[in-house]
Write a protein that binds this ligand. Structure first.
Ligand SMILES: Nc1ncnc2c1ncn2[C@@H]1O[C@H](COP(=O)(O)OP(=O)(O)OP(=O)(O)O)[C@@H](O)[C@H]1O
Ligand SMILES: [Mg+2]
Length: 265
């Protein structure tokens, strides 16, 4: 069923790497929906398909099977050129664990880059860049290069860059994986404020149950399949620490299940 509030609908998404006896089923018939303004946390053991999911959703890899629909547009052939380039440019913002900023460019030049590459007029680029740097709290650091910024500040620049073209979905793979707990909390609060101020939808991969407490929903992967899922109101606990223990227990429960698809089905 599709609801009008849906920003992303994934159906039957499957990714098989390799050939014949070397085949790896990285994603196995995944169905997933994301509502406008929703933050979904993706968790699961190493190798369970989390990064593969983001790569397919980001148009970086073609699916072996299945469909992806974003904000009403049908992207069934979204991995063919020129559609895939337009899809990546217009629909998707990416944030990575290691920030991936261009070291020779200043903070503001990094943030402006997607608009410059899209050929937007200078005045518009300057105004939007200033607005985004302000939103992430880095107006004072606009002329600094990445090496002159802390890890947390570099990730703020990366978030501003990922959101400047107002993508339908922000995809983040371990965005706090390279930050200490205090900087992680700041980045997560920033992402929440982006959701509140811009209505930004996000899919965030994390190994950290504490990070997952910031989601509206947590989806657990195992062997390329969704094996558990729950929304924030069903996460038991009075504060983030208690809630992260609850999430950790659910994560351990799916990791301990036998590796049989029959059992997981
Ligand atoms: N390019 C590739 N070629 C072949 N196999 C791949 C490729 N990329 C991923 N895989 C395999 O697909 C499966 C899923 O990998 P993926 O990177 O999506 O896992 P993950 O959940 O992100 O793990 P982690 O938590 O360690 O980052 C793994 O078995 C992996 O070895
Ligand atoms: Mg990964």
């Amino acid at each position: 069923m599709e609801d009008s509030n849906s920003i992303l609908a994934v159906r039957n998404l499957t990714k098989i790497y390799g050939k014949e006896q070397n085949q790896v089923v990285a994603l196995d018939h995944v169905d997933l929906d994301l509502a406008a303004g929703e933050i979904v946390m993706i968790m699961g053991p190493s190798g369970s398909g989390k990064t593969t999911l983001l790569q397919l959703l980001g148009g970086l890899e073609p699916p072996s099977e299945g469909r992806i629909k974003v904000t009403g547009g049908e992207w069934q052939n979204f991995y063919l050129e020129p559609e895939v380039s337009h899809y990546r440019r217009d629909m998707i913002g990416f944030v990575f664990q290691f920030f991936n900023l261009i070291s020779s460019l200043t903070a503001e030049e990094n943030v402006a880059l997607p608009l410059i590459l899209a050929g937007q007029p200078k005045k518009k680029v300057a105004a939007l860049t200033e607005e985004m740097l302000h939103l992430v709290g880095l107006s004072e650091r606009s002329k600094h290069r990445p090496a002159e910024l802390s890890g947390g500040q570099q990730q703020r620049v990366a978030i501003a860059r990922a959101l400047i073209h107002k993508p339908a979905i922000l995809l983040a793979d371990e965005p706090t994986g390279n930050l200490d707990s205090s900087n992680s909390a700041d980045i997560l609060e920033l992402l929440l404020s982006m959701r509140d101020q811009l209505g930004q939808s996000m899919l965030i991969v994390t190994h950290d149950p504490y990070v997952a407490t910031y989601g509206d929903r947590v989806v657990l992967f195992r062997d390329g399949r969704i094996v558990d899922e729950y929304s924030a109101e069903h996460i038991v606990g009075n504060d983030r620490n208690e809630r992260s223990i609850y999430i950790l227990e659910r994560l351990q429960a799916i990791s301990n299940k036998p590796r049989s698809h029959q059992v997981l089905a």
